[in-house]
Ligand binder design. Structure first.
Ligand code: FES
Ligand code: FES
Length: 162
């Protein structure tokens, strides 16, 4: 019988809550989020860094959590889609995706909202080209993207008043 894989300790802050746990070194960040912390809003579409369904923020930067080992997030602050909501209120980005019909099946939506959030945090008046660049790593198979652009433009307006 092969030796058990030795687990390694890690500490990570997710959506403002500190967690200390032990994981196998091969554990991916998306597995940590979904399986250890039960944050299933982060989706897995391709597992090969293509689709962006697994996008989360790591220290404020949008990253594909299927491509990062959990241990690489040791000491980091992670934001998942569950962390956008505040006290039962949808974040302006979430509200805009709903109001502008920026989704159909919704599988891509958590990742898109986090890419949009990251863009709008550093640029509250993005051009269409800047929006396109910000979500270039997020694939949507349903919408044709037009309502996603509208949602992000609406979110920019909403966030100015927030
Ligand atoms: S699941 Fe990570 S990029 Fe597709
Ligand atoms: S809404 Fe279905 S993949 Fe984007």
């Amino acid at each position: 019988m092969p030796d058990a894989i030795k687990k390694v300790p890690l500490a990570v802050k997710v959506n403002g809550r500190q967690h200390s746990l032990s994981v196998e070194p091969r554990t991916l960040l998306v597995e940590l989020l979904r399986e250890n912390l039960d944050l299933t809003g982060t989706h897995v579409g391709c597992d090969t860094t293509y689709c962006g369904a697994c996008t989360v923020l790591m220290n404020g930067a949008a990253v594909k959590s299927c491509t990062i080992f959990a241990v690489q997030a040791d000491g980091a602050e992670i934001t998942t889609v569950e962390g956008l909501e505040r006290e039962g209120q949808l974040h302006p980005v979430q509200k805009a995706f709903a109001d502008a019909y920026g989704l159909q099946c919704g599988y891509c939506t958590p990742g898109l909202m986090l890419s949009a959030f990251e863009l709008l945090t550093r640029n509250n008046q993005p051009s269409e080209k800047e929006i396109r660049r910000a979500i270039a790593g997020n694939t949507c198979r349903c919408t044709g993207y037009q309502n996603i652009f509208k949602a992000i433009q609406m979110a920019a307006e909403n966030m100015k008043g927030a």
